[in-house]
Design a protein around this ligand. Structure first.
Ligand SMILES: *Cc1c(COP(=O)(O)O)cnc(C)c1O
Length: 364
């Protein structure tokens, strides 16, 4: 017989660590039926490239089968493209999936995971799911990582540090000397994760390629994704480059068969069609310059951005601004009380947004 207790059971016991964890908030979709552009999730606005679409449809014909669990063909393609040994590579269900595996592999209760704030909103969530303690180091007034403050905040309990460059949502990227000085200061038993989700949009030559940085630094892991420039956000595939113990830990902790065959084959086709793809990225970079210049002309303060979005620190005006943009047909991403992140989209979308921004300023 079931032992009776004086208290009624309240349901399955969940880990207290989960209490109060905010849920991941996706960017709002454009309202159905209206003429509206979604500038809220940093997606690539272009439809899939022809070769990529064919690879995905061909793979879809066998989705009754499990995918290649090791992602062998994709790992080979990545290894060739980026000149990284296959043993240093791991794939995952988007780079968020890999980031979660990295936290799981390094940190638990009592350990600290550090990142700049504000930065990518998945970091606090995956840190707290692991039961680890988030250490958030404020950005500088110029919306950049405060790497000196971060180095000083390292303790004996620090296990992992996320460095998001370019930073989501501010767009600022870290130059080589500053990054190297920081890495030299971090103890070698602390894993530093360079999250380069927007690497393909970087044009500032002072910003280093993490894949060069990690080579002689066994405590550095680089995260890349097919979701942004490559336009495969809906397929969930990203990859990491790191030295063997870290790459091996990623393979151990990955969700088995997490990356579908459709995603694997589409990613391979994207690497093959990279030239056409990077032309589109170049067009977005040109639009980024146009949007930022025009915002500056309108009188806004906009941090220099190396990503496919711009950041406006609006404080208390954030939600009103986002509503005004939505009403004008451009859905942006508000962070209430802080600011709005606006993805660079197609020209028409950017024009709608710029018009809304100008109108908002005049109304002040
Ligand atoms: C979008 C984004 C990712 C990538 O997410 P996926 O899981 O690969 O879709 C990772 N890091 C940052 C900072 C991002 O903005």
């Amino acid at each position: 017989m079931r032992p009776t207790s004086s208290q009624e059971p309240t349901g399955p016991r969940l880990r207290p660590a989960l209490e109060g964890i905010p849920s991941y908030r996706p960017g709002r979709p454009a309202a159905p039926g209206s003429v509206a552009y979604k500038l809220s999730s940093n997606e690539n606005p272009y439809p899939p490239l022809p070769g990529v679409m064919e690879a995905a449809t061909a793979a879809a014909a066998s989705f009754n089968r499990y995918p290649d669990m090791m992602c062998s063909a994709l790992l080979t393609a990545l290894s060739e493209r980026f000149s990284v040994p296959v043993t240093h590579l791991a794939t995952g269900t988007g780079s968020v999936g890999i980031a979660q595996s990295l936290v799981q592999s390094t940190a638990g209760p009592g350990d600290e995971v550090m990142y700049a704030w504000r930065s990518f909103e998945a970091y606090p969530i995956i840190t707290r799911i692991a039961g680890a303690t988030p250490v958030e180091v404020p950005l500088t007034p110029g919306e950049e990582h405060d790497l000196d403050a971060m180095a000083e905040a390292v303790t004996g309990r620090t296990r992992l540090i996320f460095v998001c460059t370019p930073n989501n949502p501010t767009g600022t990227a870290i130059a080589r000397p500053a990054l190297e000085r920081f890495l030299d200061r971090v103890p070698s038993d602390v894993l530093v994760v360079l999250d380069e989700a927007y690497r393909e949009f970087v044009r500032d030559e002072r910003v280093p390629d993490g894949l060069e940085i990690y080579r002689d630094r066994p405590n550095v892991c680089v995260l890349r994704t097919f979701s942004k420039a490559y336009g495969l956000a809906g397929l969930r595939v990203g990859f990491a480059a790191a030295h063997e113990p870290v790459a091996a830990a990623l393979r151990k902790t990955a969700v088995p068969f997490g990356v579908s065959q459709i995603a694997q084959d589409a990613a391979i086709a994207s690497l093959r069609g990279e030239e056409a793809l990077l032309e589109r990225v170049a067009a977005l970079v040109a639009e980024r310059s146009r949007v930022r210049s025009e915002l500056l002309e309108q009188g806004w303060t906009v941090p220099p951005t190396e990503a496919n979005f711009v950041w406006l620190r609006l404080g208390e005006d954030t939600e009103e601004f986002a509503a005004a943009c939505s009403a004008a047909g451009a859905v942006v991403r508000p962070f209430p009380g802080e600011g709005a992140r606006v993805t660079i989209g197609e020209r028409e979308a950017n024009d709608l947004f710029l018009k809304a921004a100008a109108g908002f300023r005049k109304g002040r």
